[in-house]
Design a protein around this ligand. Structure first.
Ligand SMILES: C[S@@+](CC[C@H](N)C(=O)[O-])C[C@H]1O[C@@H](n2cnc3c(N)ncnc32)[C@H](O)[C@@H]1O
Length: 214
């Protein structure tokens, strides 16, 4: 049996699978999924327990794959997409084989910036077909996120609101990579646009939502 580590346990109680799936569906709607052909090959990297894949499946996408480092989280996946346990710095994907690569909340786990981000973005670029898209949704240090940090550091808030406690616990265990990521917005953006043409980039409510094109 694979036991989730403390970060994984906090992540699993941060939101229910259904809440997370609905969040991903809202995001994909905002990203214009209604204009994407249902036959596109879509790979979700850092897919965790795969609720992004469930969202894609519910929206009618048929050719989807998930990749994540954690066997424990992949085991929690309840859908039909093929999964692969792998480090996303070295993607087990053929050159020019994918139409869309999506990452939601994974890049900020990379240990070394900018090197690991450069490796990952180069791998995504290699795996995308010409004209393919890279969709990135990651934490971003907006005023809203500063407020969430402030609140989740308050013991009383954590005691009353389990979601804040789960969030603070996740931040505690990933603090090194998380704050490293949040403190280098220009570097992060520069590494991504070095390989992909920016189609759209929105920063609000503590997230960056970026779409780039090969
Ligand atoms: C916040 S979770 C992402 C949530 C996920 N996008 C979802 O839809 O459920 C971050 C994930 O990154 C994974 N991860 C961390 N480093 C990784 C790496 N180098 N390669 C692949 N996955 C990694 C973790 O196992 C974890 O599942």
């Amino acid at each position: 049996m694979v036991t989730p580590n403390p970060w994984e346990q906090a992540y699993l109680r941060f939101e229910t699978p259904e809440e997370e799936t609905q969040k991903f569906i809202r995001r994909l709607n905002q990203l214009g999924q209604d204009k994407w052909s249902r036959d596109l090959k879509i790979v979700e990297i850092f897919c965790g327990r795969g609720n992004g894949l469930i969202a894609l499946q519910r929206l009618g996408f048929k050719n989807i794959i998930g990749i994540d480092l954690s066997p424990a989280l992949l085991k929690a996946y309840q859908g039909h997409a093929p999964l692969c346990s792998s480090d996303c710095r070295w993607l087990p994907l053929a050159d020019k084989s994918c139409d869309i690569v999506i990452v939601q909340g994974g890049l900020h786990h990379l240990p070394v910036l900018p090197d690991d981000l450069e490796l990952t973005v180069a791998e995504v670029h290699r795996a995308l077909r010409s004209g393919g898209r890279f969709v990135v949704v990651e934490p971003w240090l907006t005023p809203f996120l500063r407020l969430i940090h402030f609140l989740s550091e308050r013991r009383i808030i954590r005691a009353i609101l389990p979601k804040f406690d789960a969030f603070a616990t996740m931040v505690h265990y990933e603090r090194e990579t998380y704050f490293n990521w949040l403190q280098q917005p220009d570097t992060v953006h520069a590494v991504i646009v070095n390989k992909l043409l920016e189609v759209s980039c929105n920063k609000k409510l503590g997230k960056i939502a970026f779409v780039g094109k090969k």
